[in-house]
Design a protein around this ligand. Sequence first.
Ligand code: DX5
Ligand code: ZN
Length: 215
Amino acid sequence: MPLIAPSVLAADFANLQAETQMLNASTADWIHVDIMDGVFVPNISFGLPVTAAIAKHATKPLDVHLMIQQPERYLEAFRDAGANVLSVHYEACPHLHRTLQQIKDLGCKAGIALNPHTPVSLLSDILPMADVVCLMSVNPGFGGQKFIEHTYAKVRALKAMIQEAGCATLIEIDGGVGQGNAKALVEAGADVLVAGSSVFAAANPAAAIEALKNI
Ligand code: DX5
Ligand code: ZN
């Protein structure tokens, strides 16, 4: 069974307490929190105070996806705001080894997110340090985009690298995930599925989460 990480980017921001309580009561495993700075990605979402507000009500781990330049400047602040998993983008980190070590020293799980054009082979020398690799299956910046089919090949290649290295890194898929592709993604080797619009646009979001969990 995959871990399911609904993305609150698609939630009702004026009702985050109720949305978080819905996720607490659901079969979701993690709560995915998308941070966008308007520089690394062409959109701004929300930041530290909103993350802390979600954390105040959440009973599940916060999976914080930093789509920001120079994420090393904010790691401690996001840990203090309640992050449990902290993912930084490969493309935003010239000193990725140091950045992952900083995340671990803060007591969080360390994730590396890869844009759709970034090959998984670039991770060969860093993979054992990553608790999670988040493969972007859309170009980051917006919810509700179409899933990029090439992601399957990346999942299979990354799974082979993880097995070869003998590490326990989880493969997370983020963008355009729903009932139509969840099963194929898990069969290809995905461990964690992020889902924004397919959960929150559903008539019954808790049922949509349950359906993804039981694919
Ligand atoms: C995109 C974000 C995603 C987004 C996914 O930049 O990283 O987490 O919320 O939304 P959907 O599931 O709607 O593609
Ligand atoms: Zn995300």
